[in-house]
Design a protein. Sequence first.
Length: 214
Amino acid sequence: MTRAVMMASEAKAAALQQLMARSIYSTGIATGSGTDMIVIVTDPSSSRHLSNAGKHSKLGELIGRTVIAATHAALEMETGLSPASQRDVLVRLSRFGVTEEDIWNVAMLRYKERIPGILSKEKFVRCLRRKAQDPYLVAVVSAIIHITDEAEWTLLPENDAKLAACRLIREGFNLETTMGGENGSEPARESILRCLNRAISACVIREICPDISE
């Protein structure tokens, strides 16, 4: 019974990982919620006795598959969390506290004087929301975010993570100029997110005003 609880818990965490569900208490991926509950029910009078609910047993496999499927279905029905809802750059960045307002503020600092009369917040945000659901940009941003995670988990040295992420930002967003976050003592996550916000704002501005340079 204890093994069954362990299998169900691991399967639930795996389902949340598959959805890249954000934790509301950290910048990491959620493993569950404060309201999660598990009940194991058995029938001691049954003539059939299953002695293993671990990963090397059919019962353990069935528990894992069932909990993953049930977690996906329950989250979509209860909160709208699904693969489709996660296919959004803004959603992926939300676990780091990045908002539309942050990206708009970056654009204001960099482009306000260069395209007066063209750049309105309403127009910018509308374009940002549309671009944020581009599957290619979601893939690029997801790869960059994973580099920050690897640096945070000490799986990658911080300077190497910054170099790789900034190169990916430059190439993924087709930028001619460097984002300026490759060097310095700033922690990898802050440096990469700052460069990423600048790249996203440049991408949106380029959509609004194709002739402007980064």
